[in-house]
Design a protein around this ligand. Structure first.
Ligand SMILES: [Ca+2]
Length: 557
């Protein structure tokens, strides 16, 4: 046998082994911010989201996937596979010196990045972090690089201007968006900056680490307030929302039912506002036009990430997951008369001194733009540009959450229900199918460790969720119960049954299988079930470091 033949045989053997050994998939987690169940086209919405729709068509959509109703707790849970209080982030970023409420990821928890690294993965993150109270000059033990990510570009804090983001950071260094030698776009817009860095990390990976799998976590801030969108993105939606909430909600209901995502036998939840009662309808319609533009820009970013995977030959064996961190947001940021802020149109010329490009933004709601225009808030501000800072309001949040009740903060279905799109051509055969098994953020870490063959360290707090991999093949995912607590709003779900209460309110009992809009409270009819589920909730709350709301801060010694 000559040398060439031996080499050829060895090569053939290597190729054969390669094709039979299941290579661990690359993983991309994409999470968007403050969006509702029905915003995406593939979940019933009218907003154009062809790229996420394509992932859904080529993969799976879960119909009953849950988050934890708020930014920080969701991110803490996603990163650790624990309930948020167990990860030290039971509320937001304040430190109340109680184990469940440190405003900082617990040192005992292990992030997905830390664990996936031990399985040979390279780890990248772009976008919103929001799981530490230590911003700016504080200690960085809970910044992305210290919690397992090889590279990071994004926002350490939880929100800010899309044109001049607050606490913007590359790896371990805060940067001004306008004085960053490594990134000089023509127009700075945070959603694009997140996408540009995601694709940059992917192409660098293909060039420098082609032998390793990767984990990429993309935390878009679309479509969290402020309503900031580029004019060309808003233009497409001009006039589209002039008829108000009701027709959009009805159309979404009909489409989501047709897609099989909701049960048409159920009714829409009650609407909080009538369009006819809205005083400034042009401004209100503009809020949704801008929101839609923000979502579409984010979707285009997803398309660019997918294109980069395709270009580098990695699309087939990449597990892509898309979800949202909480339901549509009814917060009133900048919508009413706001002290010290200008309402109404912009002045013809700047009225304040400009801010040097190298200076870091001074806050979540900046007082002015770089070029000297005061940032306007109030009931007459038309949203979109950099010198405005308003939310889209309760009426549209209710539309986003069609057909469910309540919003971000609450643990009724409108607060905690999210689309969950899974795409992994090499991982399962199903295309465009729905999965009706309930799932929760706590399931994501175990799913990743399952598909990657990563070992979760024995000494770390036990994972709370289940691998969803059986559901990819339409099998069952066994579990006893799911739990929620945020600001005293609380819930437990066992099978189709959900026991839920608002802070200070009595338990309500619903059969989610037939009544996911939570219209028909069965608590009076089934007191035994209420008692049994309430006891389960109490046992979980005690185990998971949940404190009664409002949490009383423990004095520091
Ligand atoms: Ca959020």
């Amino acid at each position: 046998m000559n040398r060439f033949r031996i080499v050829a045989l060895l090569l053939a053997a290597a190729i054969a082994t390669r094709s039979f050994a299941a290579e661990p998939p690359n993983i991309i987690l994409i999470m968007s911010d403050d969006m509702g169940f029905s915003d995406l086209g593939c979940y019933g919405g009218e907003i154009s989201t062809p790229n996420l729709d394509a992932l859904a068509a080529g993969g799976l959509r879960f119909t009953q996937f849950y988050n934890t109703a708020r930014c920080c707790p969701t991110r803490a849970s996603l990163l650790t596979g624990l309930y948020p209080h167990q990860a030290g982030v039971g509320h937001m970023m304040a430190d109340w010196n109680r184990p469940g409420y440190r405003g900082d990821l617990s040192p005992q928890s292990r992030t997905v990045a830390e664990v996936m690294r031990t399985a040979g993965y390279r780890t990248y993150m772009t976008g919103k972090w929001h799981v530490t109270r230590h911003l700016g000059d504080g200690p960085k033990h809970n910044w992305p690089r210290q919690r397992g990510f090889d590279r990071f570009y994004g926002m350490i804090s939880g929100g800010g201007s899309f044109y001049d983001p607050y606490m913007l950071c590359r790896d371990n260094t805060l940067v001004s968006p306008f004085a960053d030698p490594d990134y000089r776009p023509e127009t700075y817009y945070f959603t694009d900056a997140i996408t540009d860095h995601a694709t940059r990390f992917l192409s660098d990976h293909a060039r420098e680490h082609a032998d390793k799998p990767f984990l990429l976590y993309v935390g878009y801030t679309a479509a969290h307030w402020p309503m900031h969108a580029l004019p060309e993105d808003v233009a497409k939606y001009r006039g589209k929302y002039d008829a108000g909430y009701e027709p959009v909600r009805a159309a979404r209901f009909e489409k989501a039912a047709k897609l099989g995502l909701i049960d048409p036998a159920q009714k829409l939840s009650p609407a909080p506002h009538r369009w006819a009662d809205v005083k400034n309808q042009p401004r209100e319609a503009a809020c949704m036009e801008v929101y839609a533009g923000m979502v579409e820009r984010m979707d285009r970013g997803v398309g660019r990430i997918v294109a980069e995977l395709r270009r580098t030959g990695r699309l087939d064996n990449t597990l892509i997951v898309y979800l949202q961190d909480n339901g549509g947001c009814a917060e009133g940021m900048g919508r009413g008369v706001t002290k010290g802020r200008t309402d109404g149109p912009r002045a013809a010329t700047p009225t304040l001194p400009p801010i040097a490009l190298g200076v870091l933004p001074s806050g979540l709601v900046p007082p002015q733009t770089r070029d000297g225009f005061p940032v306007r808030q109030g009931p007459n501000v038309m949203p979109g540009p950099a010198d405005t800072y308003v939310a889209y309001g309760e009426g549209w949040a209710n539309v986003s959450n069609t057909p469910f009740r309540e919003y971000k903060h609450w643990v009724h279905e409108g607060g905690i229900s999210t689309p969950f799109v899974v795409h992994w051509p090499a991982g399962f055969a199903a295309r465009g199918e729905l999965r009706r098994t309930a799932g929760h953020l706590i399931d994501i870490a175990p799913t990743l460790y399952d598909v990657a063959g990563a070992a979760y360290p024995a000494g770390a707090p036990p994972l709370e969720g289940r691998s969803l991999r059986p559901a990819f093949a339409d099998g069952p995912v066994a579990r006893e119960a799911l739990f929620w607590e945020h600001e005293g709003n609380r819930a437990v779900r066992v099978g189709p049954w959900k026991l839920v209460a608002k802070h200070g309110g009595a338990w309500e009992l619903y059969d989610i299988g037939t009544d996911r809009v939570e219209a028909n409270d069965l608590s009076a009819a089934q007191p035994d079930r209420v008692r049994e589920m309430a006891a389960r909730y109490a046992a979980w709350a005690a185990r998971a470091q949940v404190e009664p709301w409002p949490v009383v801060a423990e004095k520091k010694k």
